[in-house]
Ligand binder design. Structure first.
Ligand code: MG
Length: 379
């Protein structure tokens, strides 16, 4: 089947506020209409698309599609005073064997819902996206509940709605101007219309608060990940400090600070996640003030910097690579130490250890290596 699409955008839609017809109001940086057009054009089966606009909106329309270069977008046509008359205007000389008609004010049409509709229209004369009614339905008199209504077999219609082009032409040419949608015009003409499960995200922007809800649904979380790695050598001493926990050992770690190799790796991972360089840039080993410093200072600074930039830490993972000391007995205390410093719940912090099977410098117990991955999310 050859599919084409009409977007009905001729309404005034001032109920949604904003002083502009709602289909031209920006939604997360793009006009609502443009998002609705893009949602349809992302399906390659749509071979042509025409928008029906209000005669006053030519400049708004031109601006909305200025950055769109897609041969499938046809010049707009002017609509009438009712949805039905606008659809008739859109149908005139429209190419395609099957035409789907979409409300401009449903910009969040998911690709899967559109695909379901087109697949149904491949098999059936006419179909519409719709959602089975889930809420209890009540008849009310003013604000007083009167009688419950049976919701079995009730569907809330969405768009797109579509049909074979010849049927749509016949239905709309014979129909008056009082049809609220294409299902009603098709049904009045005796055509069977299949209900295809739509999607709750494909709701119609009507009230001012609908814009806030749509923006919230569209906003992708900004999640970033950083990687850290550090090594310190063993030297004379009687303990090591790992993730802030003092562990008795027959050697110590050599380093300018307290040589907490694990916390250094975590700090570097955090600086990496927020794209703020590395621990050596923030705390140069040449600076005497960091001599013997507790590495907690470094991690606290990285956490504060992340906070300044609007990032929240999602998770911390750390692997300590050594033959000795054994890390397992101290892992829980290390998680609590890191939780205290970062403000995270321990359920978001992991500390694990591995040996390197006596291979390499860690295997020969010349030093300890540590790796870390830290994930952050922009608030
Ligand atoms: Mg280090």
């Amino acid at each position: 089947m050859r599919f084409s699409a009409i977007v009905v955008a001729a309404g005034r839609g001032l109920r949604a506020g904003g002083g502009l017809p709602k289909q031209y109001r920006p939604l997360a940086g793009k006009p609502v209409l443009r998002r609705s057009i893009d949602a349809l054009l992302q399906d390659p089966r749509i071979e042509a698309l025409r928008v029906v606009i209000h005669p006053d909106d030519q400049a708004l329309f031109d601006a909305a599609v200025a950055s769109l270069s897609d041969d499938r977008l046809m010049p707009p046509v002017f609509g009438g005073a009712t949805r039905a008359s606008s659809v008739r205007a859109g149908l005139a000389d429209m190419p395609g064997e099957v035409i789907v008609i979409h409300d401009a004010a449903r910009p969040l049409l998911p690709p899967g819902a559109l695909a379901r509709l087109l697949e149904t229209l491949d098999q059936s004369q006419a179909a519409s996206l719709a959602l089975p009614v889930a809420d209890a339905l009540w008849q009310a008199h003013e604000d007083q509940a009167q009688a419950p209504q049976d919701r079995a077999n009730l569907w809330a219609a969405q768009t797109p709605q579509g049909a074979r082009a010849d049927l749509l032409h016949q239905a709309h040419s014979g129909a008056g101007d009082d049809h609220t949608d294409d299902i009603s015009a098709l049904r009045a003409f005796g055509i069977r219309v299949r209900m295809v499960p739509g999607d709750p995200r494909n709701f119609k922007l009507t009230r001012p608060e609908d814009f806030a809800m749509a923006e919230a649904l569209m906003t992708q979380p900004d999640i970033r990940t950083g990687l850290g790695y550090d090594v310190h050598a063993f030297g004379p001493g009687d303990h090591v400090v790992l993730n802030g926990i003092r562990i008795p050992h027959d050697q110590a770690m050599v380093g300018h600070s307290d040589a907490d190799v694990a916390m250094h790796a975590i700090t570097d991972a955090l600086f990496g996640a927020i794209a703020e360089g590395d621990i050596g840039q923030w705390f140069p080993p040449s600076d005497p003030q960091w001599k013997g410093a507790a590495s907690e200072i470094f991690l606290r600074r990285a956490v504060a910097r992340a906070d300044e930039l609007g990032f929240e830490i999602n998770s911390i993972d750390c692997t300590i690579i050594c033959e000795f000391p054994k890390i397992g007995p101290h892992a829980h205390a290390m998680r609590e130490s890191l939780a205290r410093i970062t403000g995270l719940d321990t359920s978001r912090i992991n500390v694990k250890a591995t040996t390197s099977e006596r291979l390499g410098f860690t295997g020969r117990s010349e030093g300890i290596a540590a790796q870390s991955v830290v994930t952050v999310q922009k608030r």
